[in-house]
Design a protein around this ligand. Structure first.
Ligand SMILES: *[C@@H]1O[C@H](CO)[C@@H](O)[C@H](O)[C@H]1NC(C)=O
Ligand SMILES: *[C@@H]1O[C@H](CO)[C@@H](O)[C@H](O)[C@H]1NC(C)=O
Length: 270
């Protein structure tokens, strides 16, 4: 190597001269899911064995072989050997470069549901939830018959899911009025216009019961109509059906006598 000028030939020669050994360095950046905390790792390898590592979290070198341990010890003595600035010059720059175009904007999933309703006070609460959106920065508001609601509104922070996504929950305390229209309005940069989710009121219990009873009688009516039709069709065959009904009455007398006999036998056994 020392004899060589830095030419292409020299590089080729040095490749051959290492005779199958090789050295490599790894630079790695670890980001927490919210991209706030960054850890920079610089690893030195020889023949696939990592012998020395710099870790920005501890701001220290660690050796994994005898040689690596000796190097780490001497490197740790002088703060000038710190590679902490890579956190900014390498990891953070890359983060800013990639995160804006790698992480797409993701639309929220919006649901509106009722949390409680107290018949005495006529006070109700609605919950509007926006799930799994990205990036952070959302606006959730309530509309009642076309007007923005300002009273009785409260909200959680934007919560990190633990992956790249966020969720938020907004509450509305209100006194219900019949026939009104309440909607949750969500504004986010992933949406070209506000997403409006209208509260779908479930049917009141007595109306639901009426509906169930109605369906029951409808099904019963259809069943009776079908049975009547079949009876009419069988009745038109005359003699055959009479024969059948006689068979049935015979069978029933036989089973009655059987049960009397078994009752008698159980008395005698006692
Ligand atoms: C860096 O050091 C921190 C603190 O000791 C540790 O939690 C983390 O796992 C280390 N990272 C690597 C890649 O060794
Ligand atoms: C309720 O209000 C929202 C927003 O004002 C509107 O988009 C929606 O069509 C309304 N729904 C009904 C049933 O009136």
């Amino acid at each position: 190597m020392r004899l060589c000028a830095p030419t292409l030939l020299c590089i080729l020669l040095s490749l051959f001269s290492v005779d199958g050994f090789y050295r490599q360095d790894y630079w790695q950046c670890y980001y927490t899911r919210d991209l706030v905390t960054i850890e920079f790792i610089y690893s030195w390898y020889f023949n696939k064995v990592e012998y020395l590592r710099y870790n920005s979290t501890t701001d220290r070198y660690t050796g994994f072989t005898v040689y690596g341990a000796r190097m780490a010890e001497s490197l740790n003595l002088d703060p000038k050997n710190s590679l902490y600035y890579y956190v900014y010059t390498f990891c953070k720059d890359n983060k800013d470069k990639y995160s804006s175009n790698v992480l797409k904007k993701v639309k929220p999933e919006v649901t509106v549901r009722s949390l409680r309703s107290e018949p005495q006070s006529h006070l109700s609460m609605l919950l509007c939830s926006a799930y799994d959106y990205h990036p952070k920065g959302i606006k959730v508001s309530w509309m009642r018959d076309g007007k923005v609601v300002t009273e009785g509104v409260s909200s959680t922070e934007e919560l990190s899911n633990g992956d790249w996504y966020y969720q938020i929950h907004s509450y509305l305390d209100y006194i219900p009025k019949p026939g009104e229209n309440i909607s949750c309005v969500v504004e986010h940069e992933s949406l070209t216009r506000p997403l409006i989710q209208t509260w779908e009121r479930p049917l009141p219990v007595d109306q639901r019961n009426k509906l169930i009873i109605g369906i029951f009688f409808l099904v019963l009516g259809i069943a009776l109509a079908v049975a009547g039709f079949l009876y009419y069709m069988l009745g038109s065959k005359g003699h055959v059906s009479k024969q059948n009904s006689q068979d049935i009455s015979l069978e029933s007398t036989v089973s009655e006598t059987n049960s009397e006999a078994s009752a008698a036998s159980s008395e005698t056994s006692n």
